[in-house]
Design a binder for this molecule. Structure first.
Ligand code: UDX
Length: 434
C-alpha cells in the first residue's frame, strides 16, 4: 500500500510515521525543502515523545521517506492524505483552507490509476466535497474518491493515540474507498479499535464536535472551580464525585488556567463560524470560549491576590510555559495571556520550561528572563507560579525551593500539590477551586 502524506507538520509527520509502522510505504511531502532535508537526516523539527525513534526505525526499514516532489509520488499512490495546516483566518475565526485547496489542485494533475484523496487536516464541514469538486475540475479524467479521516492525536501522547485509538473515523462515499482505508488500518483490527464509517459531512463534524465537547468539560469544571472557592468546596473532589458517574466520566474535568494548544481554541471558534454560516446558534460553545478567556484573566487576579494585592515590583518564578506538558507548543498557551498581564503591572518574571523556551522567546514580552534550571528560576523570588504540570515540577524539593526564595508565595494553577503539605513547608499556598 503506497501512501503519500502532504504536509510534514505535526499531524502529517506523526500519521506518516505511524502508517509506515503499520507496514505501508509512506512518502511525506512538504514544500519546505530545509525541513525535508532535516527529516531525511532523521532530525525531527518538533518535540513529541517517541517520534524520533519511530521515524528513524521506519526510514531505516525503507518504509518511510521524505520528498519535496509531488508528481511521481502521487502517481504511484493508493492513498494521498492532505495534512496541511488550517490556521484560524485572521479576523474572522474561520479555518483558512487555502493550503488544503492548493494541495488538492496540485495533486489532481498527477493522479494516475484509482486513488483515494483523504482529508486529515481539521476542516469545516463541506471541505471534502469541495476538494472533490476541485480535483474533478482540474483533472476531469481522474479516477478517484475523496474521504475524510480526522485525527484525534494529543500532543505529547500522539503516537500512543494513533496506535491505540478510541476510534478511527472514516467519512467515505464508495465501497472502493472504504476498502482501501480499511486495508490501511487493518493492523488495528488486532486491538479491536472501532472503525466508525460514516459520510463525509459527519466525519468532518465529529472532529469539531469532539473537540468542542472536551473544551466544554474543561470550561464547565473551571466555572465550577470558581464556585468551589466561594462556597468552600474542593474542585478535585467535585470532579471526582461527578466523574464516578459513568455517564459523565472523569476525564477532562481537571480545573486549571484554561485550555490552550493548537486545537481547542481554533476548533471552537471555527465551529461557531460554521454554525453561524448555517443559521444555527452555538450558545454553548460561545460560552465555553468566553469562560476560557475569563479563566485565564482570573488566574492573573489570583496571582495578584496571593501577592497581597499588587504584583508591582515583585519577582515571580514561572514554572512551565507550554499549554501542557510533553510538548514545545506554545500556541494559545494560558501563559501567553497571563505573563504579559503581570509584566504590564510591573512584575519581574523569571521563567523555566523544559522544552518551550525557544518558542516562548519569540512571543512573550522581551522583559521575561529565561532560566536553565529550577534552582535558578526560584532564586530570590517573591512567588512561584506553577503554570504547566511538567513531571519535574510535580516532585519539587520543597524545602530547597522555599529556602532559595525571598518570599513564600506559591500559586499552583494546576492543583499539583496539597494545601496542608505546602503549608507544612512554610508556603502561603493558593490553587484553583480548592
Ligand atoms: C486535543 C484533543 O485532545 C485531541 O484529540 C485533538 O486531536 C487535538 O486537541 P491537545 O491539544 O494535544 O489535544 O491537548 P489536550 O491534552 O487535549 O489538552 C488541551 C488543553 O486542555 C491543554 O491546555 C490542557 O492543559 C487543557 N486541559 C485538559 C485542562 O485544562 N483540563 C483537563 O481536564 C484536560
Amino acid at each position: 500500500m503506497n501512501v503519500v502524506m502532504i504536509g510534514s507538520g505535526y499531524v502529517g509527520l506523526v500519521s506518516g510515521a505511524c502508517f509506515a509502522e503499520f507496514g505501508a510505504n509512506v512518502i511525506c511531502v512538504d514544500k519546505d525543502e530545509a525541513k525535508i532535508n532535516e527529516l531525511l537526516a532523521c532530525r525531527i523539527p518538533i518535540y513529541e515523545p517517541g517520534l524520533d525513534d519511530l521515524v528513524r526505525r521506519n526510514v531505516e526499514s525503507g518504509r518511510l521517506t521524505f520528498s519535496i516532489e509531488l508528481e511521481n509520488t502521487v502517481a504511484n499512490a493508493d492513498l494521498v492524505f492532505i495534512a496541511v495546516g488550517t490556521p484560524t483566518r485572521r479576523g474572522d475565526g474561520h479555518a483558512d483552507l487555502k493550503y488544503v485547496y492548493t494541495a488538492a489542485e496540485e495533486v489532481a494533475g498527477y493522479l494516475q490509476g484509482y486513488t483515494v484523496i483523504v482529508d486529515k487536516s481539521t476542516v469545516p464541514v463541506g471541505t471534502a466535497r469541495e476538494v472533490c469538486r476541485i480535483i474533478s475540475k482540474t483533472n476531469p479524467s481522474a479516477d478517484f474518491d475523496v474521504a475524510s479521516n480526522p485525527e484525534f492525536l494529543r500532543e505529547g501522547s500522539a503516537i500512543g493515540d494513533f496506535m491505540r485509538p478510541d476510534r478511527v473515523v472514516l467519512g467515505v462515499e464508495s465501497k472502493r474507498a472504504e476498502q482501501k482505508l480499511r486495508e490501511l488500518y487493518r493492523p488495528l483490527n488486532l486491538i479491536e479499535a472501532p472503525l466508525h464509517i460514516t459520510n463525509l459531512e459527519s466525519a468532518e463534524l465529529i472532529k469539531y464536535a469532539s473537540n468542542a465537547f472536551l473544551a466544554t468539560k474543561i470550561s464547565f469544571i473551571n466555572e465550577m472551580s470558581q464556585l468551589c472557592e466561594k462556597v468552600g468546596a474542593d474542585v478535585h473532589s467535585v470532579s471526582k464525585g461527578m466523574g464516578l458517574d459513568g455517564r459523565i466520566g472523569k476525564k477532562f474535568l481537571h480545573a486549571g488556567p484554561g485550555y490552550g494548544g493548537s486545537c481547542f481554541p481554533k476548533d471552537t471558534l471555527a465551529l461557531i463560524r460554521i454554525a453561524q454560516e448555517h443559521g444555527v446558534s452555538s450558545r454553548i460553545i460561545e460560552s465555553v470560549v468566553e469562560v476560557n478567556a475569563s479563566q485565564k484573566a482570573r488566574m492573573v487576579s489570583k496571582i495578584r491576590d496571593a501577592l497581597g494585592g499588587s504584583e508591582a515590583d515583585k519577582t515571580i518564578a514561572i514554572l512551565g510555559l507550554t499549554f501542557k506538558p510533553e510538548t514545545d507548543d506554545m500556541r494559545d498557551s494560558p501563559s501567553l495571556a497571563i505573563l504579559p498581564a503581570l509584566v504590564d503591572k510591573g512584575a519581574t518574571l523569571k521563567a523555566h520550561d523544559p522544552e518551550g523556551v525557544e518558542e516562548a522567546k519569540k512571543i512573550l514580552p522581551e522583559a521575561v528572563q529565561y532560566m536553565g534550571s529550577i534552582d535558578e528560576v526560584v532564586k530570590d523570588v517573591d512567588a512561584v507560579v506553577l503554570m504547566t504540570e511538567w513531571n519535574q515540577y510535580r516532585g519539587l524539593d520543597l524545602d530547597k525551593v522555599k529556602s532559595m526564595m525571598k518570599g513564600n508565595v506559591f500559586v499552583d494553577l494546576r492543583n499539583v500539590y496539597e494545601k496542608d503539605l505546602m503549608e507544612s513547608h512554610g508556603f502561603e499556598y493558593t490553587c484553583v477551586g480548592r
